[in-house]
Design a protein around this ligand. Structure first.
Ligand SMILES: [Zn+2]
Length: 277
């Protein structure tokens, strides 16, 4: 397997993977989107709520706030020695106590949540939760646990992940009749991947594969059939977006760890079946 990073920032990662099957690419995507545990608020005790919103709506909003996650320090409640009851190894407490002493309405933000572990805090302190009026109060106690997104989307480790086939376009110079301004290719390509500035023959941009969506409109619309759109075998461009709950390196590392665990479990079950028969 060969990997080449195309773009890497705090919230976005894209890379090319070569020499893997489409089944493997899809397995990686599915594990990343649904199997990597991250922290999210799962239980809320509302002690005082003077806001116009119901307790349930505030609890739901708190659950959807992305929290930074430390996978070394915490266990999934079902794997914890406390049996899922809730202890310092599987649960983090966050409290929010806001009193509006101003003369106008006051917005309560995710930054008002005080965590008992500085490693587990909202990724952004400016996520609005609710507005409260003059002299009103919001007091809540919330408990965050590790969970997986196959149980609830609030535990999703990435905001988005997708892969696409690596585009390969073949342009036949001899077949092209240099239709120039009549050339439909220039008008039809939604990504504007053809350049006409150098002459009458359209020139394919060198990095066309970065934006080509394989829509095939050029292949379909060229009257001379001079263009062939295809994709490179076993090569995929992955794109990931993150809200910051886990670094990308941890996400990828965890994806392969979980993949290997699943293979081991599969082999174990297969062995057990063979013994039975
Ligand atoms: Zn525990």
């Amino acid at each position: 397997m060969d990997i080449e990073i195309l773009e890497r920032s705090e919230h976005k990662l894209s890379f090319i993977v070569e020499d893997i099957s489409v089944e493997m690419a899809n397995a990686i995507r599915r594990i990343i989107i649904s199997e990597i545990p991250v922290m999210a608020i799962d239980e809320v005790i509302v002690l005082k709520n003077d806001s116009p919103l119901y307790d349930e709506i505030i609890a739901h909003r708190l659950g959807m706030i992305p929290l930074t996650t430390d996978l070394e320090a915490y266990k999934l409640p079902r794997d914890c020695s406390c049996g899922g009851f809730g202890c310092a190894l599987c649960q983090v407490s966050l409290t929010c106590e806001v009193t509006n002493t101003t003369n106008t309405t006051l917005e309560v933000y995710s930054g008002d949540l005080k965590s008992n572990d500085p490693q587990i805090v909202p990724v952004n302190s400016e996520i609005p939760i609710v507005k409260i009026g003059k002299n009103n109060q919001l007091i809540v106690e919330a408990y965050a646990i590790l969970g997986k997104s196959k149980d609830h989307v609030k535990w999703q480790a990435v905001s988005n992940i997708f892969y696409r086939f690596f585009p390969e376009i073949e342009f036949d110079d001899e077949q092209c009749k240099k239709c120039s301004d009549k050339c439909v290719v220039s008008r039809m390509c939604p990504e504007k991947l053809y350049d006409f500035s150098a002459g009458k023959m359209p020139k394919l941009l060198e990095d066309y594969w970065k934006t080509c969506t394989l829509c095939k409109s050029c292949e379909r619309d060229c009257p001379e059939k001079a263009i062939k759109v295809g994709n490179r075998d076993n090569t995929y461009i992955f794109s990931l977006e993150s809200d910051g709950v886990l670094p990308f390196a941890t996400v990828l590392e965890m994806a392969f760890t979980i993949f290997l665990e699943k293979i081991d479990e599969f082999v174990e079950r297969l062995d057990a079946l063979e013994l039975e028969s």
